[in-house]
Design a protein around this ligand. Structure first.
Ligand SMILES: [Zn+2]
Length: 244
């Protein structure tokens, strides 16, 4: 992202958020608003995961985005302009029980700081996240993003089974580990075969979200509701500002 104003604000945000991140490793000065660094320790799984020392503290940067950053997820006619969206670049805990850098989540500007606080808690409780990439990596396909078990937020699309905008279209909803936490239709069906076993919510496997757990609490602390409480269809991966 060129432009001294952007670089400056990104650097300022980074400076603020990095307070307390003493002795964090792997950053090597990549805080000037450029593309995320890809350290040589990348695991080669094709996603964003990059192994980092296990003592690495949570870090996040909130960056401005333009339409060019959202080639598939945003278009003219969407309910919010790119100027009202932000890219959170952050650390996340992986299923390999290690920190990962380079997670990217596109959200509404109004919710960015709150969501940083949520994901900091998730990191600190070592709640594992498989991958965290903008849906643009999947050409805006919600199905393909879920198939990859990708954690994501902004996507200018209709709500599933509805003719109105999803909260994702405002950047005011987040889907977390959508395989372990599937969307279950009212008839009990799940669109992703590899994830059907997670219809059984009595399982207690890594990444699964359950009523009353610390993940649900972290979102409740910023006033966000969980799709696991819905009647009829359940959306266990889904958190949103208005609970829908
Ligand atoms: Zn969702």
């Amino acid at each position: 992202m060129p432009g001294s104003r952007l670089a400056k604000s990104a650097a300022a945000a980074a400076a603020l958020l990095m307070l307390g991140a003493a002795a964090a490793c792997g950053g090597d000065g990549d805080t000037e608003g450029t593309a995320p660094a890809t350290p040589p320790t990348a695991t080669g799984t094709g996603g964003s995961p990059t192994a980092a020392p296990t003592n690495m503290e949570f870090r996040a940067e909130v960056k401005e985005v333009t339409a060019r950053d959202l080639p598939h997820s945003w278009r003219e006619g969407c309910p919010v302009p790119p100027g009202d969206l932000r890219m959170i670049e952050m650390t996340y805990w992986g299923f390999d029980d290690r920190p990962h850098t380079g997670g990217r989540l596109v959200v509404n500007e109004s919710a960015a700081d709150d969501l940083v606080s949520v994901f900091r808690k998730l990191y600190q409780m070592r709640y594992p996240i498989d991958r965290m990439e903008p849906v643009d990596k999947y050409e805006g396909s919600d199905f393909d993003s879920i198939e990859a078990n990708n954690t994501s937020a902004f996507n200018c699309r209709q709500a599933t089974g509805s003719g109105s905008w999803s909260q994702h279209a405002y950047g005011l909803a987040v889907d977390i580990n959508p395989c372990q936490n599937p969307y279950v239709s009212a008839d009990g069906s799940i669109a992703h075969p590899d994830c059907v076993k997670y219809r059984n919510r009595d399982l207690d496997e890594p990444g699964m979200i359950h009523a009353g757990d610390d993940v649900v609490d972290a979102f409740a602390d910023i006033g966000w509701g969980w799709g696991g409480t819905w009647t009829g269809a359940k959306d266990y991966q889904h958190f949103s500002s208005n609970g829908r």
